[in-house]
Design a protein around this ligand. Structure first.
Ligand SMILES: [Zn+2]
Length: 252
């Protein structure tokens, strides 16, 4: 029963993240305006704004202009719901739970904006660094303050260096500054070891998914695929499978 309640809270939280991500991405005010349809500007009524349910009832179309509602909305809500339940299965400490919820929120919002617009607002990447440092300072996450600071620095530096080498070798931009920012943010929460494993998971899954995507859609090899979602997924996998991953790859 408790898991269902947590799931519902997670879904509502995901709906809030959708609002936050789209408004920050399109630089709209967070406070005053009601949400509106991006194509016909019609204000969305409360009954058309129920997480998950409205998307299904409206059959993914705006009530007034029938424009398609992005699949990113229900996907974000659903993932937030599952993450809320999964997080509860690994920690029941309220402080740790809230801290990781903040971290996951940054990751989910960054994923959303990166898929939608190939852009990660710094609110969701660099913005989670001070929060990670604070959580580490109070000892409510699994890294020390030093590891948190080192993680942020290594995260940024590592991706920056890889991107420069890639640019030198292929004369193409492989990653954007948004990716360095995001890995810096992740580093503040996971420390240097976490960065390393996050990057490994992200590169492997990114390569596989990227190749399948290019094969299925017949797009050119130079097509840019957002890397942020893979970094976010890597970080989340690391949180849930930390012990297993460390025993497999780091500690013999
Ligand atoms: Zn509309």
């Amino acid at each position: 029963m408790i898991n269902y309640i947590i799931f519902l809270f997670g879904v509502c939280w995901g709906s809030f993240l959708n609002m936050l991500a789209t408004r920050i991405l399109h630089q709209r005010s967070l406070l005053v305006h009601r949400s509106y349809c991006p194509s016909c500007k019609h204000t969305i009524s409360w009954y058309d704004n129920i997480p998950l349910l409205s998307y299904l009832l409206l059959k993914a179309k705006c009530r007034s202009c029938k424009a398609r509602i992005s699949l990113l909305y229900p996907a974000t809500e659903l993932i937030a719901g599952f993450l809320a339940v999964a997080l509860y299965s690994i920690t029941t400490d309220p402080y740790t739970y809230v801290a990781y919820t903040v971290f996951f929120s940054g990751l989910l919002a960054a994923t959303r904006t990166d898929i939608e617009a190939m852009l990660i607002p710094q609110t969701f990447s660099l913005g989670i660094i001070p929060l990670g440092l604070t959580a580490a300072w109070f000892g409510i996450i699994q890294v020390s303050l030093l590891e948190s600071a080192l993680g942020a620095l290594c995260g940024y530096g590592l991706l920056w260096a890889i991107a420069k080498i890639f640019l030198f070798a292929t004369k193409r931009e492989g990653m954007g500054a948004g990716d360095y920012d995001l890995l810096a943010g992740i580093g503040a929460w996971l420390g240097p070891l976490g960065i390393w494993l996050t990057l490994m998971i992200a590169s492997c899954t990114g390569t596989v998914v990227g190749l399948v995507y290019l094969y299925c859609t017949n797009k050119a090899r130079a097509t840019r695929i957002p890397f942020g979602p893979f970094l976010a997924a890597g970080a989340i996998i690391y949180i849930f499978f930390r012990t297993l991953l460390l025993s497999l790859f780091i500690i013999p």
